[in-house]
Design a protein around this ligand. Structure first.
Ligand SMILES: Nc1ncnc2c1ncn2[C@@H]1O[C@H](COP(=O)(O)OP(=O)(O)O)[C@@H](O)[C@H]1O
Ligand SMILES: CC(=O)N[C@@H](CCC(=O)OP(=O)(O)O)C(=O)O
Length: 292
């Protein structure tokens, strides 16, 4: 009975948050390092289905860097990262598309369906969702989204279907295939949808300052300074870069959080506590009314 009362109390305490996020668009980037084993995948999928059940429109954008590394290793293809992005040649981009659009995307779609939701897996190529240019000549076939066509995502979520997006895209010319960093893709999608929230799930509790403390709030100016000072480095660069871009385009807030903690998305959206590091154009962590 005590357990039942605790559950009921917890649900009751969540009411203001459930009301606040009803109808909200929440883009969730599920990083390869946050994915973990089948049980962690099932729990993530259950949280996404719960979000949908309470009237949120979740859009999942995934990564899969470690899974790409495994396959490149098996094929004997060497790979390196520059400022958190994989240098991608023609052979590598084929492996990236195979792993992201195939293996990883379908694993997430299956997990959401196993949790009782409806999910459709697409990549940035489908319906020209994300059209790219080369990001930087040094990186090869790494794309920077220059044209977003997000109507397909709205069509899916308005039909009660959870879109699951693999960050692979078409180029502006010659039908080139581009490897897009998962964080970059998630930010571009959140920006184009003017999402209420972008949640970047990773394998650290948030953005750490120079002394290693996790910052619960960060402003865009602090991010620029910490990047210039080298406090933000490696894989954190695409995350904070994408956060700034999404906010500039109208996303209300971005949270970088540890996807390995139980029910990470629910803690962030539906509790007083929140999780990770939140970035918004103006401080503090006061959630605006997001009902549409
Ligand atoms: N200031 C910072 N705070 C937290 N993590 C940082 C920071 N600077 C660099 N990092 C690194 O960024 C990594 C997260 O990026 P990445 O490994 O690409 O994650 P994912 O695979 O989830 O996208 C962390 O594991 C950490 O090593
Ligand atoms: C250009 C670039 O870096 N693309 C990434 C795409 C996958 C990804 O972003 O995976 P995580 O989110 O798990 O790191 C890559 O090739 O690894």
């Amino acid at each position: 009975m005590q357990d039942a009362q605790a559950t009921a109390k917890m649900l009751s305490e969540a009411l203001p948050y459930l009301q606040r996020f009803s109808g909200a668009v929440v883009v969730v980037k599920f990083g390869g390092n946050a994915m973990g084993d089948d049980a962690a995948m099932a729990e993530f999928a259950r949280d996404i289905v719960l979000m949908r059940q309470v009237g949120v429109h979740p859009v999942v954008v995934h990564g899969g860097g470690p899974m790409i590394n495994d396959m490149l290793g098996k094929l004997g293809i060497k790979s390196e990262f520059v400022r958190g992005k994989r240098v991608t040649d023609k052979a590598t981009v084929q492996v990236v598309e195979m792993i992201l659009s195939g293996l990883v995307n379908k694993r997430i779609v299956q997990a959401i369906m196993d949790a009782g939701g409806r999910a459709v897996g697409i990549s940035g190529k489908d319906d020209d969702l994300m059209v790219c240019e080369a990001d930087d000549p040094e990186l090869g076939f790494v794309g920077r989204p220059v044209e977003m066509n997000v109507q397909v995502l709205r069509d899916l979520y308005n039909a009660g279907i959870i879109p699951v997006v693999a960050p692979v895209a078409t180029g502006m010319k010659d039908n080139e295939t581009f490897n897009v960093n998962g964080d970059t893709a998630a930010g571009a999608i959140a920006g184009a949808l003017q999402a209420d929230r972008l949640l970047l799930l990773t394998d650290v509790p948030g953005v750490k300052d120079a002394s290693g403390q996790v910052m619960t709030q960060i402003t865009p100016d602090e991010i620029r300074q910490m990047t210039a000072d080298g406090v933000i480095s490696g894989g954190m660069i695409p995350k904070t870069e994408t956060a700034l871009m999404a906010i500039e385009q109208g996303t209300r807030a971005v949270t970088i959080l540890d996807g390995r903690i139980p029910n990470a998305c629910l803690v962030e959206l539906f509790t007083d506590h929140g999780a990770g590091s939140q970035i918004r154009a103006t401080a503090p962590r006061v959630t605006p009314h997001v009902k549409r």
